[in-house]
Write a protein that binds this ligand. Structure first.
Ligand code: GLA
Ligand code: GLA
Length: 652
């Protein structure tokens, strides 16, 4: 089943409008409405003094109209009275500045007092609405990590970090060994001496930084779980989610996802494009469509985070307000993103927001309606999707497992940041390069964590799983999959040391490689790799490796010319550089052929994918695209000649 919904703020509109709003939502074809995530100070005016009446009425009106309500706990926006009572719940930025009241997300995950209040208000919400027949799902908090709010450098965080370290290391000697404190006279005598890694003269020990990030991630998991538990207690049988952000890697999303019934994420492709590291020319080309693969990747990622169950909780409906520039998406994009989400396994798409706000911070942010209640462009597109959904066969077929997996390890992302080595090295971009290159060949991809079962894949790619992981190496060795290890794989132990046998550490059991030197290189470096008789430019990251495996490509350079760039055996290949652009195209073609995964050559603006028996082709470009729909196929929506920013759905 595929359903649509919307984010609604009854508290921002006069009550006489609610009834008509609810009616129009239903007429539009929406099934879900999300409420409550920023309503704390309006429900609890001072500690223990509640006014639920208005939210009761709103839920009643929405539910009676036929909508299912997603109720959100309000911990993303603590009220002023609570901050005044306990100023130390506020987070502290890396520069030591307290981050004040006046916007949102002004709390420190390590404040015990704040966690108690967050659980208390979640319990009050859940007692009030847990058994309400209209409230069919719950969201905890709102966008953990928004505006860099995972990391706090407060006294509370420092004490909690010291306790966390004492549990992890047991003895201070073990911490000193792990962090390498012999290096610059950084030795600690006791856990209560340990500092947070901000405001130092030079960079901290990378192990210090990595542990701080592990700790901060665990604090999010703990904070979230405490609310999930209390919501489950008072709202039994109702699924619980959190709305994650696209691309945030500040905490381990797998771990938070494990505590939820389903995952959801907030999709803002226009802002994601502006903030991406693509060059200006490519950005200009995609200015009003966004990168086709950006929402697709996140749909695939959050399908995994939700263990197969995922929604988009906030879908961009028009221009937003928060990016460097806020361009309008082309007409038709909201419909296209909605169908793309469904194709990638998303079950519900909710739009943010019902009506554009007349006041406060997000006045420039579009909604389905204009502030005066006129329908905006997205309204018509949602109406169209709602009608088109009738073509879907009944039953909720999900995506079949893909044949190719990309491994995303959150701790390795933190590891990359704690010893960057090159200013323009980006794990996120590497991951997206792989995803895009595979998608451009019509290859569906699963995003998996190092802890996941990989036995059934044909090809498993480790873009830069920096942290050595013996269990993962073992699992990969036993699987039937062909494996690709990129440069930097296994280059650090879990303690951020160089492995005893040199990188790739334990992964060397898959492919016999020793990394003897690494270089980070500027784009203008002029180095090349020769692959199948062709020369391709390479930069960013290069390694000098020693290996007795077959040499599949070599560097062409005035420096260590002919040194091996790609080596491998029948199980595993190792790339001694950051392959991108045309070089990555060729590498991916070779890998797919080697692993026996069928590929097609799609134009840059076309994407095909499959959900259950349904096949989809999307045209993100501004010219007609002719899709190879098999003659025996039954076309359910659209046609094989796909118009710009349109799609075709068929089954065989
Ligand atoms: C300086 C310092 C050394 C070392 C080197 C590294 O010279 O004095 O301790 O950090 O830089 O290049
Ligand atoms: C985020 C938040 C929303 C809103 C939107 C605006 O996704 O969760 O509350 O601020 O951004 O795009």
């Amino acid at each position: 089943m595929f359903e649509l919904g919307v984010c609604y703020y009854p508290e921002q509109w006069p009550e006489h409008m609610w009834q008509r709003d609810a009616q129009r939502m239903v007429e539009l074809g929406l099934s879900w409405v999300r409420v409550g995530e920023f309503a704390w100070s309006l429900l609890e005016e001072e500690e223990g003094v509640f006014d639920w009446a208005w939210l009761d009425r709103a839920v009643d009106i929405l539910g009676t109209a036929g909508l299912k309500v997603v109720m959100c706990t309000p911990s993303a926006a603590p009220p002023k009275w609570l901050v005044d009572q306990h100023p130390d719940i506020l987070p502290v930025a890396a520069d030591g500045q307290v981050r004040k009241f006046g916007a949102r997300r002004h709390y420190c995950f390590s404040s015990d007092i704040y966690r108690e209040h967050a659980v208390r208000i979640a319990a009050e919400y859940a007692k009030r609405y847990g058994a309400n027949p209209f409230v069919q799902a719950w969201q905890i908090d709102n966008e953990y990590g928004d505006h860099d709010t995972i990391h706090s450098y407060s006294e509370n965080a420092k004490k909690a970090f010291q306790r966390w370290l004492a549990v992890r290391y047991q003895t201070i000697e073990a911490l000193n060994d792990a962090w390498g404190t012999a290096f610059w006279s950084m030795k600690y005598n006791r856990f209560d001496q340990v500092e947070l890694p901000n405001g130092l003269v030079e960079e901290p020990s990378p192990t210090h930084l990595l542990d701080y990030q592990r700790f901060a991630s665990d604090e999010v998991v703990r904070f979230n779980r405490a609310q999930v538990d209390v919501v489950r207690k008072y709202a039994p049988g109702r699924p619980v989610t959190h709305n994650f952000m696209g691309h945030n890697v500040d905490f381990d999303h797998y771990k938070v996802g494990d505590d939820l019934d389903f995952a959801s994420w907030d999709s803002y492709p226009m802002g994601a494009l502006v903030h991406s590291r693509m060059d200006d020319q490519e950005k200009a080309r995609l200015l009003r469509t966004g990168m086709p693969d950006q929402p697709a990747f996140n749909n695939d990622l959050y399908r995994r985070i939700g263990q197969g169950r995922a929604w988009i909780m906030e879908q961009q409906p028009g221009p937003v307000n928060w990016a460097e520039h806020n361009q309008s998406p082309h007409d038709g994009m909201v419909r296209l993103w909605t169908w793309l989400a469904f194709a990638h396994g998303i079950d519900v798409v909710c739009y943010f927001r019902w009506r554009q706000s007349r006041f406060a911070q997000e006045q420039f942010h579009a909604g389905l309606l204009l502030p005066n209640d006129d329908a905006d462009q997205a309204y018509y597109e949602v109406a169209q999707v709602a009608k088109e959904m009738a073509v879907l066969p009944s039953g909720n077929a999900g995506r079949a497992p893909a044949r190719v997996a990309l491994v995303l390890d959150y701790a390795s992302r933190w590891a990359a940041g704690s010893l960057p080595q090159g200013a323009d090295y980006s794990s996120a971009r590497n991951m997206m390069n792989w995803y895009q290159t595979l998608s451009a060949r019509g290859v569906d991809v699963d995003i998996v964590g190092p802890q996941d079962d990989m036995a059934a894949y044909d090809l498993v790619i480790l873009p830069d799983v920096i942290l050595e992981d013996g269990d993962l190496a073992e699992k990969l060795a036993l699987s039937k999959a062909k494996i690709y290890l990129s440069a930097r794989t296994g280059s650090k132990t879990q303690n951020m040391h160089i492995p005893d046998n040199l990188p790739p550490g334990e992964f060397a059991r898959l492919v016999n490689v020793k990394v003897k030197r690494v270089e980070s290189l500027p784009d203008y470096c002029g180095d090349h790799i020769e692959l199948d008789g062709q020369n391709y430019p390479v930069g960013n990251w290069r390694e000098c490796i020693e290996s007795d495996e077959a040499i599949l490509a070599r560097f062409k350079s005035d420096h260590r010319d002919q040194s091996p760039a790609l080596v491998g055996n029948d199980k595993c290949w190792y790339g001694a550089a950051n392959f991108s652009g045309a070089l990555l195209d060729v590498l991916v073609d070779k890998l797919l052929l080697w692993a026996g995964v069928p590929a097609v050559q799609l134009s840059a603006d076309v994407r095909i994918t499959q959900r259950g028996e349904l096949h989809f082709a999307f045209n993100f470009g501004d010219r007609m695209a002719e899709i190879d729909v098999p003659a025996e196929a039954e076309i359910l929506l659209g046609q094989a000649k796909v118009a710009p920013r349109d799609l075709v759905i068929w089954r065989i």
